[in-house]
Design a protein around this ligand. Structure first.
Ligand SMILES: Nc1ncnc2c1ncn2[C@@H]1O[C@H](COP(=O)(O)OP(=O)(O)OP(=O)(O)O)[C@@H](O)[C@H]1O
Ligand SMILES: O=C([O-])CC(=O)C(=O)O
Ligand SMILES: [Ca+2]
Ligand SMILES: [Mn+2]
Length: 727
């Protein structure tokens, strides 16, 4: 036998052969044996659907198929040779403004025909239930209005299912040439279900358990439309109608315990749902997953601190989701997987399927539901993978403070001498960019814990923004985008598969998720000693905050509780006023307890370990958005270098008016004139007005917190209240 034919035969008989599976949907107990994708699940509850089956051999290797368009091309030019592909066709991405999907905040759907409806379904999810604003279900409405509502209702339900915009491939689309792809999987029913509850219990679902990145690539490329390999080897994928998180669709089960423990009401991210509604959505998700030929299951860990490690199970429908979580959570060794036992928390991700908008408490077709008592999370109507990552982060924000451990929405790195810095900041302010520093060890880019033993990363990977990514400015992130990395919603060249990081046609929130060890100087295990510097990042599009200020402890607390940033929403709609965002603890969307609980813990830890607080503006200089420019990343890096080295601590400072911030007069490598924002503004009058405007916004926002005590120390509470702007 030749070498090639032997390899071919091995390839054909490898893989998914004879995987015997028993399924039980409600409480799954997985005991992996020799082969990882050979799973036994023992039945004992709701559906009691038990089935044995095996998978037939995949024999798709060495089957070269010409793409349809290529065949057509060859027939058309009559040569039997494809037309040379130069000049290269670009991936056609729908550039229409409507194609950009943000949150549920979009305009109402305006479909008139079924065709329009279907094209809309690929573009955006309609906002709210069609009944909103009317006088109830039986309100008298015109025939036109009734029809409009009906169309809107149908399209809203469909909207979260698929999205076809983005890199639409003209040639060589694997999905287009193999409609029968799924039939490669043959099911052999070895045993009938024990109790037949309904037809759904006769459905057998194959579980793909902790697959490797290579296997997940194959699954994604064969079965998931919009999956492609880029020139650097990353897996490009589409997250569907949602390209960002939907905080307004997050729901938390309120029960006797959570009612007292959690932060509810004004400003809180926790919108209640009752236990029954949770079960309705859970059943919907489980039924959906159960209706599929296969689901992916990941068993992984959170938190590198071995004493506070949490076991998580993620059940999902897409290889994209499985690979994303493989990268983002901590990956167990084979031995750890064998002894995994019962997970501490389980996610049922049925994101391709919408929730029923007429279910109580629902306001759209998207729902992300957290039940702390059941230790479960359900995802319906959004495929944005960040919901899983940040949903688990919310769980950590509940579990860790119970153990006197502070959970932080921050990046973290460590110098050669063991000096640790935390980088707090809202989305897009620079946590990932600035914690990924070639001269320092990366502990993590987004989620950490600070315990009595020091800091630990919660995750096993990083989630970097990719918009305008450049090799020169962010070499480590650029190089991490290789085989195994998930690239979300980017646009690439059809032929070369080179990514155009400047292209925002799908979304501004393009992302790369990669395992932390893809960063060369990652600190593994991802733990470190107590932080020396606490850096608060704000991307101030008003352009009035100084590039860097040294903070007192009270000021650090004031700015931590405020959690300010001001970004400019999508640049496509023309120049807009910057909008201030205040998000308590730089992560109000994820915190579970009242912000002052986290703030008190931070104050106590900073005091105890002598950490210095800093406020760094990674946003505008020389004027607000539209007039000024974003501060050069190179300058921000120099500022951060000076904080790390300790040189900034000993600089000469002056105090600003209004905010009372201490600003240095000189920093090596940074033009001194930019250190005070007033110097950079041509119009001093406009500067002062903008400064006062921002100060007013801070003041208004902080009013919610003025009646709260922070920690046990009355004096600190008073100092914090006094540490805000004065005008
Ligand atoms: N001066 C600057 N400092 C930091 N980042 C800058 C600066 N100028 C431009 N940027 C860009 O801003 C973005 C910062 O995003 P980054 O991924 O670091 O956000 P993040 O804080 O990690 O947010 P998230 O929590 O959403 O992941 C990057 O795209 C970076 O290239
Ligand atoms: O959660 C996400 O989708 C991205 C992120 O890190 C954030 O928004 O803080
Ligand atoms: Ca980040
Ligand atoms: Mn984040």
């Amino acid at each position: 036998m030749t070498d090639i034919s032997r390899r071919k035969e091995q390839a054909e008989f490898r893989g998914f052969t004879e995987s015997v599976i028993l399924i039980e949907i409600a409480s799954w107990k997985i005991s992996p044996s020799k082969q990882r994708n050979d799973i036994t699940m023992h039945p004992n509850s709701i559906l009691n659907a038990t089935a044995h089956f095996s998978l037939a051999h995949f024999s798709f290797f060495f089957r070269f198929q010409l793409s349809k368009s290529l065949r057509e091309d060859m027939a058309a030019n009559g040569t039997g040779i494809p037309t040379p592909r130069s000049p290269l066709a670009r991936i056609l991405t729908d550039k229409k403004r409507d194609a950009i999907c943000h949150d549920d905040s979009g305009k109402a759907v305006k479909a008139q025909t079924i065709d329009e409806l279907h094209s809309l379904q690929r573009k955006r999810s309609a906002p709210t239930t069609p009944l909103e604003g009317t006088q109830g279900a039986f309100a008298t409405v015109s025939e036109d209005e009734r029809q409009r509502q009906q169309l809107q209702s149908i399209s809203a339900s469909l909207a979260s299912l698929t999205r076809g915009t983005g890199p639409k491939v003209v040639r060589g689309d694997p999905a287009a040439k193999s409609p029968q792809a799924v039939s490669h999987v043959a099911h052999h029913h070895v045993e009938a279900p024990t109790i037949s509850v309904s037809d759904s219990s006769l459905k057998f679902t194959h579980v793909l358990y902790n697959l490797s990145p290579a296997e997940l690539y194959e699954q994604a490329i064969k079965y998931e439309k919009g999956s492609f390999i880029t020139s650097s080897g990353a897996l490009a994928t589409m997250s569907g109608a949602k390209t960002g998180r939907s905080p307004r669709d997050k729901r938390i089960v309120i029960d006797d315990t959570t009612q007292d423990e959690l932060w509810w009401g004004k400003g809180s991210p926790n919108i209640e749902i009752d236990e029954h509604t949770f079960m309705v959505n859970r059943e919907r998700a489980v039924d959906y997953l159960n209706s599929l030929d296969k689901v992916f299951v990941n068993d992984q860990f959170l938190n590198w601190d071995p004493q506070n490690r949490i076991k998580v199970r993620i059940v999902s429908a897409r290889a994209y989701h499985s690979l994303f979580m493989h990268n983002m959570c901590i990956r167990p060794t084979i031995e750890e997987l064998e002894n995994f036992g019962t997970p501490d928390f389980t996610i049922y991700n049925a994101g391709q399927f919408p929730c029923n908008r007429y279910t109580h408490y629902m306001t759209s077709s998207t729902s992300i539901d957290l039940n702390l008592a059941r230790r479960e999370m359900v995802i319906l109507g959004t495929q944005y993978a960040g919901e899983m990552k940040k949903g688990l982060f919310s769980v950590m924000h509940y579990l860790m403070p119970k153990r006197q451990i502070l959970s932080l929405h921050s990046g973290c790195n460590m110098g050669k001498d063991g000096d640790v810095a935390l980088f707090f900041g809202l989305s897009g302010t620079g946590k990932t960019t600035l914690s990924t520093d070639h001269n320092r060890y990366l502990i993590g880019d987004d989620e950490h814990c600070w315990s009595d033993n020091g800091v630990s990363n919660i995750e096993g990977g990083c989630y970097a923004k990719c918009i305008d990514l450049s090799r020169e400015k962010e070499p480590d992130i650029w190089n991490a985008i290789k085989f195994g990395t998930v690239l979300e919603n980017i646009v690439f060249d059809e032929y070369t598969r080179e990514v155009d990081y400047a292209d925002k046609s799908v979304t501004e929130n393009t992302r790369a998720a990669y395992p932390i060890e893809y960063i060369p100087n990652a600190k593994i295990p991802c733990v470190g000693p107590h932080p020396k510097n606490v850096i608060l990042l704000a991307c101030d599009a008003f352009g009035v905050l100084p590039p860097v200020s040294k903070l007192s402890l009270a000021q650090t607390m004031y700015h931590f509780i405020s959690g300010y940033t001001a970004l400019v929403a999508g640049t496509e709609d023309g120049i807009k006023e910057p909008t201030a965002t205040f998000s308590a603890c730089f992560g109000a969307a994820f915190i579970m307890l009242h912000p002052t609980k986290y703030a008190a813990m931070l104050a106590e830890k900073m005091q105890k370990h002598g950490a210095t607080g800093w406020l760094v503006n990674t946003g505008w200089s020389g004027g607000s958005y539209g007039t000024g420019n974003r501060i050069k990343l190179a300058y921000t890096r120099k500022i951060i270098d000076a904080i790390h080295s300790g040189s900034l601590l000993n600089a000469t400072y002056e105090k600003t008016e209004v905010f009372g911030l201490e600003i240095p007069t000189a920093i090596e490598g940074v033009p001194s004139e930019i250190l005070h924002p007033e110097n950079t503004w041509g119009d001093k009058h406009a500067y002062k007005n903008t400064l006062l405007k921002l100060a007013g916004l801070f003041k208004n926002n902080f009013e919610t917190f003025t009646n709260y005590k922070i920690g046990k120390d009355n004096k600190l509470t008073e100092e914090i209240l006094a540490a805000g702007p004065n005008f």
